[in-house]
Design a protein around this ligand. Structure first.
Ligand code: AP5
Ligand code: NA
Length: 342
């Protein structure tokens, strides 16, 4: 294997094919789904997927949170293989499609392929300006740590300088997350984590808290910040205060933790150690908004594309906002042909 480019970013998460469509409130009510949420599919929701595909005009769009972010980072970096992705798919058309799209975007895809389980999907149910996500992880849920222990992948990990894992992956394989996190801390690299969805803080806090001391950069949005505060039994919903407290939680290395919380059109809150900065967001006009699905992932992709090049936090935030807005103007987490960011 040829050496990886300098400052390579490794991402690890669930590679999912998004099944996107617009739905009416009645559909959400029928299946007990909230307007704006991200949940995991249980047995009683399998029928929802069937009804969705049968009775709605759906679009299939490559998804999976971290894979979205890496595709966006690649789009901005405009040089292939600056990012490597780990996650599990099935041996089927959906898996092939995901690999094809991610590779075309420049992501170096290293999937663990499970021949006995189908590639995961995520229903992305658009309702007005909200979206309800329901992930059916399937093959993505079968990822095992051995995949990170092959000679080839150990070499990739050794050469990479930046790591990005989503909270979503905590439901799948915490030992794999800890392997990357510990390696990153040991070799003074940068390990970043996304809070991903309120349900991670609500139901997987024990594992989340085990990983946190290794986290150099923590991403999230306002509702995830609120759930994280509740999991810590902090009596505040103030996003700024939660960011400060999150930055101050115990950490294994002496480098201050960076916390980056987005709040849709409201200012982005960044805490570095004990210093808070608010970055205003240029609001998009209502008619410019197609759907916000993928906005947060795109923000992270844009942010990391600059951060891994050693650019300032301000520049990283600016690029994150740029990327998010480009995605909001399009369906799902898709990017325009060319990137005008420089
Ligand atoms: P989803 O959670 O929808 O994506 P997201 O990128 O997080 O989008 P959100 O709309 O939730 O954004 P956010 O709240 O994080 O960010 P914010 O609004 O603050 O997830 C999409 C993907 O998740 C799917 O592809 C799916 O496959 C995947 N997924 C679901 N479940 C999964 C699972 N279990 N495992 C793996 N993957 C899973 O916005 C961020 C920034 O955008 C702002 O700071 C701002 O700069 C900009 N922005 C937002 N709104 C505006 C606005 N109105 N005007 C201007 N700028 C704006
Ligand atoms: Na998000």
């Amino acid at each position: 294997m040829s050496p990886l480019p300098e400052n390579t970013l490794i991402g690890m998460c669930n590679p999912l094919l998004d099944i996107q469509t617009t739905v009416q409130k009645a559909f959400l009510e029928k299946w007990g789904l909230k307007e704006n949420d991200a949940i995991l599919c249980d047995d009683k929701l399998v029928g929802m997927f069937e009804e969705l595909i049968k009775e709605h005009q759906v679009e299939y769009i490559p998804g999976g949170a971290a894979q979205n972010s890496l595709r966006v980072a690649q789009w901005i970096l405009n040089a292939p293989n600056r990012t490597v992705f780990f996650g599990a798919v099935g041996k089927d058309n959906y898996g092939d499609l995901l690999a094809e799209k991610a590779t075309a975007a420049g992501v170096n895809v290293k999937y663990q392929v499970n021949p006995t389980v189908k590639t995961g999907t995520c229903a992305a149910l658009i309702n007005g300006t909200h979206r309800s996500l329901c992930a059916h992880l399937a093959a993505a849920n079968t990822f095992t740590q051995d995949h990170l222990q092959t000679e080839e992948n150990l070499k990739i990990i050794e050469q990479a300088k930046y790591f990005y894992v989503t909270g979503f992956f905590i439901t799948v394989c915490p030992p794999a997350i800890l392997q990357l996190a510990k390696h990153s801390n040991e070799f003074n690299k940068t390990f970043s984590l996304n809070l991903s969805a309120p349900f991670i803080s609500q139901f997987f806090s024990e594992k989340l808290f085990e990983i946190l001391p290794y986290v150099d950069v923590l991403f999230g949005n306002e509702t995830e910040a609120e759930a994280f505060a509740a999991a810590n039994k902090w009596e505040t919903k103030c996003v700024k205060e939660v960011a400060l407290k999150a930055a101050a939680l115990p950490k294994n290395t002496s480098r201050p933790r960076l916390v980056v919380f987005t709040q849709g059109p409201d200012p982005i809150i960044v805490v570095e150690g004990d210093k808070v900065t608010e970055y205003p967001v240029t609001r998009l006009e209502k008619e410019e908004i197609v759907d916000t699905n993928g906005a947060g992932d795109a923000f992270v992709g844009g942010f990391l594309s600059q951060f891994i090049q050693g650019k300032s936090i301000e520049q990283s935030v600016e690029c994150g906002s740029y990327a998010a807005q480009e995605i909001i103007k399009k369906n799902g987490c898709t990017v325009p042909e060319t990137c005008k960011y420089h």
